[in-house]
Design a protein around this ligand. Structure first.
Ligand SMILES: *[C@@H]1O[C@H](CO)[C@@H](O)[C@H](O)[C@H]1NC(C)=O
Ligand SMILES: *[C@@H]1O[C@H](CO)[C@@H](O)[C@H](O)[C@H]1NC(C)=O
Ligand SMILES: *[C@@H]1O[C@H](CO)[C@@H](O)[C@H](O)[C@H]1NC(C)=O
Length: 182
């Protein structure tokens, strides 16, 4: 009779320890204290007309007739990402994915893409998605996962529009904060 009781109390004790550690993980997740943080610049160099020499992104659909803010226009990109504002500086990563415009009453986009790192500094990927409310000064998108050096990453990517040149180019400052690092 004694052995099963002991086993039961050990099991309860284990459950207690597990729940304690889960609680302590939640407590340490402070928005002001990411475990990894870096600032990168995303350069969207759009194909305008037929000059394909520098472009790294292109509209893949034509806008619908809903509203005046290119609702339904989808852009696919393989854009350079650098550590500073100069698009010609050596890329830190590639941003591959898409965005589309999805509001009738203002310019508003929705992004889903992968940052691909393949340098001596970092190897791996970070996956980012969410709404880009372009009229706000800063917008928070979700870091939903990662691989390699960013195994199982989760966090927030804060966007800020850094430059806009008509339909040909825009630059976003991405402040990437990870809250789960392994
Ligand atoms: C190309 O850029 C011009 C302005 O520089 C703009 O008026 C035109 O709509 C753009 N074309 C496309 C296909 O984006
Ligand atoms: C393409 O990029 C080069 C530099 O790499 C620049 O000198 C040139 O002006 C760019 N062309 C266009 C059409 O933006
Ligand atoms: C990463 O870089 C190495 C060396 O430049 C190259 O051989 C390899 O194909 C690259 N991998 C990817 C996934 O781009």
């Amino acid at each position: 009779m004694k052995a099963p009781l002991n086993t039961l109390s050990y099991t309860l004790f284990d459950l207690f320890l597990v729940s304690q550690s889960v609680l302590s993980v939640q407590k340490t997740m402070n928005p002001k204290r990411p475990c990894k943080r870096f600032i990168l610049y995303y350069h969207d160099i759009l194909l305008n007309g037929t000059d394909t020499s520098n472009a790294t992104s292109a509209a893949a659909t034509t806008p619908t007739k809903l509203g005046d803010f290119v609702f339904g226009l989808l852009v696919v990109f393989d854009d350079p990402v650098t550590k500073n504002q100069n698009p010609q500086s050596p890329p830190a990563a590639q941003a591959q994915g898409f965005y589309f415009y999805d509001m009738k009453t203002t310019y508003n986009a929705w992004f889903a893409y992968t940052l691909i790192f393949n340098s001596t500094e970092h190897k791996g990927t970070i996956n980012i998605m969410g709404a880009d409310m372009m009229m706000e000064k800063t917008r928070d998108l979700s870091v939903v996962g990662g691989t390699g050096d960013f195994f199982m990453a989760r966090g927030i990517a804060t966007f800020e529009t850094d430059a806009v040149e008509g339909f040909k180019y825009f630059r976003l400052k991405m402040d990437i904060k990870l809250y789960e690092c392994y």
